[in-house]
Design a protein around this ligand. Structure first.
Ligand code: AP5
Length: 214
């Protein structure tokens, strides 16, 4: 079974939702740069203070900050492998990751692309709620009305600061400009890139990814 995976796709495509499931099924670590950044922001670290403004405006955090953060994380340990969610997001980041993996003699097993139409994404993101404690992801479209607590841990459900419609639209523009070229970078190595239609039920998508990995 694959051990070094990347999951790519526009904001709201379902990367986080699927990455948690794939990590559990494959038995690898889920590393989300968005979660690492939000954790730094909530702890008020130097990194968090530098990143917060960019995130709230729907812009990418500069490459040097991200690369410092991710190389520390990847240096901690490789076993039992990982699924990278939200990284790489620029061609500079993709090239730096290739260099890091080469140094460590780690082969990338799969790059999973989840693709979804923009208007669906806006609806999904403005309806997203996340648990402030465990990070579980929900959506008002499928939640029981007036639910305010996380079913998994009882934590408070909140709306992310960058899920306001105007910011969501900015994030989508940034994705098209800076992250879409990362797909070209990986499509040069055909067998690595697995493209998945993300406008279907969550379970169906997980099933298709798992089939592609085995
Ligand atoms: P990050 O947290 O990575 O945000 P993102 O890529 O914009 O992705 P999201 O987390 O918004 O969406 P997702 O695809 O994970 O969808 P989810 O599963 O939650 O990054 C945030 C910010 O940090 C960036 O804007 C940037 O500033 C900074 N950053 C992070 N990494 C960076 C990097 N490498 N370089 C520079 N800056 C970086 O699902 C969304 C909603 O849809 C949920 O409500 C979910 O329940 C629902 N849903 C999921 N799947 C389905 C489905 N199949 N059908 C119906 N609903 C679904």
């Amino acid at each position: 079974m694959a051990k070094s995976l990347i999951i790519l796709g526009p904001p709201g495509a379902g990367k986080g939702t699927q990455a948690v499931r794939i990590a559990e099924r494959v038995g690898v670590q889920h590393i989300s740069t968005g979660d690492l950044l939000r954790d730094s922001v909530s702890k008020g670290t130097e990194l968090g203070k530098k990143a917060e403004g960019f995130m709230n405006q729907g812009l990418l955090v500069p490459d040097d900050i991200i690369l410092g953060m991710i190389s520390n994380k990847l240096n901690e340990t490789f076993a039992p492998g990982w699924i990278l969610d939200g990284f790489p997001r620029t061609v500079v980041q993709a090239e730096a990751l290739s260099g890091l993996l080469k140094e460590k003699e780690i082969e990338l097993d799969h790059v999973i692309l989840i693709d979804v139409d923009s208007e669906i994404l806006v609806k999904r993101l403005t309806g997203r709620r996340v648990c402030a404690d465990c990070g579980a992801i929900y959506n008002i479209e499928v939640m029981e009305k007036d639910t305010q607590k996380c079913v998994k841990c009882g934590g408070q459900l909140i709306t992310r600061d960058d899920d306001r419609e105007e910011t969501v639209r900015r994030r989508l523009e940034v994705y098209n400009e800076l992250t879409a070229p990362v797909l070209d970078y990986y499509s040069k190595t055909d067998e690595l890139l697995m493209s998945i239609d993300g406008a279907r039920a969550i379970d169906e998508i997980t099933l298709e990814i798992m089939k592609g990995l085995s």
